[in-house]
Design a protein around this ligand. Structure first.
Ligand code: ADP
Length: 386
């Protein structure tokens, strides 16, 4: 590291209120090309440290009052996280430190306070100070890195907020024309605009299905951005597990039947309940069950179960589907991630379902995880407070 030890931020502050020690030390350091300045009071010394110094040097006598010790210890403790300015103290005998020195040592535990037995030869003083300043240069480098990191993080946060706002506005804007498409399609289907031929009816049905699908995607993006921007509120209450099962199951049974899948709901303790927002719990379960239906081949089985585990209630959705490769398991909870396989390529989705579900689970004080074996199946586990 190429460092200019003559620069103000590497200045050595010296405080030695008796004799000529301060001036001698200053001259010695300056002759060696180090910036050094003498302070005349502990206040000034500590203020200099707070403003930014390279290192500090003082004599034991400067710590004669308890107030002086407190002031210095407080200043050292008040440094920012990256900073540990080295303080060298000239002492009569480092093996039997005076009471104020012992107090400083205990109040400044974890800080770089070094005791140097007098007399300190000029060459030793210079080399000790150079070493301290090299350490200081590394702290400054760390400070600069932290600054860059903070800046980058602030920029990323701002970009993320802008993305959220953009997605939210876009989704709103898209919903209006999509609803109009749905409405007019229905009007035509009802024959209000004139007779409809059977071929036209087939086309209208396709338009309506596409409109519904697109609206579903747009709504999902909107839901996700709401979660991201923290504008979702949770209405937490005791939700009977049986009711949550029934609500979720009824929405998924038709898809499962249509695909020739068996949906099995496990037995639960009677009156078992969970602390949750009923709508959001249903949303998570429906999402997990729909995924299980999507990613399981006809003839497969899906189990929905729930059991108490200590302080939490543990829901699991187990399927005999395609599974998720080990290196993609963590990624499926990231927004817009879809694991590409021959099966998923034919399945529609945004890749937002699991990202939303995990955020909702966390919002209710719980967690969502998965274990999966490709070709065997997956188990998604939702844990919520009991
Ligand atoms: P989407 O279902 O809209 O693609 P999700 O966030 O719900 O989005 O799921 C993300 C990806 O995780 C899916 O595209 C799929 O690749 C994988 N995945 C989710 N559930 C299962 C499952 N039960 N079995 C296999 N893969 C799954």
């Amino acid at each position: 590291m190429d460092v200019d030890f003559g620069a103000p931020e590497f200045r050595v502050l010296i405080f030695a209120p008796v004799g000529r020690t301060a001036e001698l030390a200053r001259d010695t350091l300056q002759k060696a090309g180090l910036a050094a300045s003498v302070c005349v009071a502990m206040d000034e010394f500590c203020a200099g440290l707070r403003q930014g110094a390279g290192a500090a040097l003082l004599v034991e006598e400067a710590l004669s009052s308890a107030e002086a010790v407190r002031l210095l210890a407080g200043t050292l403790a008040g440094q920012p996280a990256w900073s540990d300015c080295s303080v060298q103290v000239f002492v009569a005998n480092s093996e039997t430190p005076s009471p104020p020195l012992a107090a400083l040592a205990s109040m400044s535990a974890g800080r770089s306070v070094v005791l140097l037995d007098r007399p300190v030869p000029p060459a030793s003083l210079i080399s000790v100070m150079r070493a301290a300043l090299h350490g200081r240069a590394r702290q400054y480098a760390l400070r600069d890195l932290l600054g860059q990191y903070e800046e980058a993080r602030a920029e990323a946060d701002a970009a993320n907020r802008a993305k959220g706002e953009f997605l939210s506005v876009m989704s709103h804007e898209l919903r209006t024309p999509l609803n109009a498409i749905g409405g007019y399609t229905e009007l035509i289907e009802m024959g209000i605009r004139g007779p409809v031929t059977p071929e036209q009816r087939v086309d209208l049905e396709r338009i309506r299905l596409s409109q519904k699908h697109l609206l579903g995607l747009v709504n999902e993006v909107l839901n996700y951005t709401k979660l991201e921007t923290g504008t979702v509120t949770y209405d937490i209450e005791d939700v009977p597990v049986r009711e949550a099962f029934t609500a979720a199951e009824s929405l998924v049974v038709p898809q499962a039947r249509a695909k020739g899948l068996e949906l099995i709901t496990g037995e639960t303790e009677p009156f078992l309940s969970v602390r949750a927002d009923a709508d959001k719990l249903r949303q998570i379960l429906v999402n997990l069950l729909s995924n299980a239906v999507k990613f399981t081949l006809p003839g497969g089985r899906i189990h929905l179960e729930c059991e108490r585990g200590g302080e939490c209630i543990c829901f699991s959705v187990r399927d005999t589907g395609v599974g998720i490769p080990a290196d993609r398991v963590a990624a499926v909870f990231e927004p817009f991630v879809q694991v590409r396989s021959d099966l998923t390529r034919t399945e529609e989705g945004t890749g937002l379902g699991l990202a939303i579900s995990r955020q909702l689970a966390r919002g209710m004080g719980g967690s969502l995880g998965v274990e999966s074996t490709p070709g065997v199946g997956s188990v998604f586990t939702l844990k919520l407070p009991a």
